[in-house]
Write a protein that binds this ligand. Sequence first.
Ligand SMILES: NC(=O)c1ccc[n+]([C@@H]2O[C@H](COP(=O)([O-])OP(=O)(O)OC[C@H]3O[C@@H](n4cnc5c(N)ncnc54)[C@H](OP(=O)(O)O)[C@@H]3O)[C@@H](O)[C@H]2O)c1
Length: 350
Amino acid sequence: MKKENAEPQKLKIALYGVGSIGASIARLLLKKKGLEIVCAIDSAPNKVGRDLSDVIGTGEPLGIIVSNAPSEVLPATKPDVAVHATSSFLKNVFSQITELVEHGVNVISTCEELSYPHLSHRELAADLDRLAKKHGVTVLATGINPGFLMDTLPIVLTGLCQEVKQIHVERVMDAAKRRIPFQKKIGAGLTLEEFKEKMETGQITGHVGLEQSVAMIADALGWRLQRIEVGEVEPVIAETPVESEAVKVTRGNVAGLSQSARGVMNGKPVITLVFKAYIGAKEEYDSITIDGTPSIHEKISPCVHGDLGTAAIIVNSIPKVINAEPGLKTMKDLPIPSAVLEDMNRYLKR
Ligand SMILES: NC(=O)c1ccc[n+]([C@@H]2O[C@H](COP(=O)([O-])OP(=O)(O)OC[C@H]3O[C@@H](n4cnc5c(N)ncnc54)[C@H](OP(=O)(O)O)[C@@H]3O)[C@@H](O)[C@H]2O)c1
């Protein structure tokens, strides 16, 4: 029989990927009550074998040694949920996610392609959904974008519309305020030739997730798109010298990139997403314009900080995932996002 005043059990968390975002998620988790980090997994040789607190830059040792052997630490620590932040591409993370699922661990990932894989990776999504149901766990991928600003938030705003004709979403950010791997990922500081070369060799991929965001909005509205057009990755050239703490961009070199995507229905673009990230962007904003009844224009200025927002939405999604039915879920399947401000146990239905 359950004791009346028994301490509720702490939720056991695995960290999978302790890079910039994984570390920032870990630092946020350490501030919350009702949970404990039980293991940390990463493949980087400069992290494996070190105490987690050393890797994420916090104080006293935590006694959690970063491991590159999930098959050993998962059965030994039996986490309830893994926060996963290793790669943007589903083909790279698929085996990592399936291993977690097979160990009975719920998963919340930052993998962009997993945020809405039902159109771009139909078979992998179906396989993952079946596997998650078989093991009684829930898998979700989310983040600031994809995951919230360019898909979930516009979808929520359409809840006030009697009719929706078109949706236009823009995110413009100064990359100097973002983590260094992000600045590198967008080619900041390169010459135009270096940028083109890295595009050709796949070292610069552009923003991953626009296609998934378009698909999620369309599915939420029941729109059957003819196609999704993802535009070329365009370099943004610095007109004056600009710099971040990590990167100097001389005039004429690449400060970052811009990219857009369109969902086309009946020959017309009905969803347009525009993403621009470059060092020195003067006006930073997230804007959503819905042409409908009523029309809605919403602008967040300056734009929401991507790395802080991503760590938050991953942690805030933990109770939503634990409370959800098993299977592969997307943000549009779960209750509306909200902050976890106190003891994690307060938000759990168990
Ligand atoms: N949806 C969103 O809004 C959103 C927001 C932020 C970030 N993200 C995505 O989240 C991912 C992580 O971002 P980040 O900036 O933290 O990247 P990062 O600094 O490169 O960190 C990734 C970490 O995972 C490790 N890793 C790679 N493959 C692994 C594997 N198979 N097993 C264990 N560890 C592995 C990496 O080790 P190595 O260095 O040895 O490879 C690295 O330590 C990126 O793909 C990023 O695009 C998404």
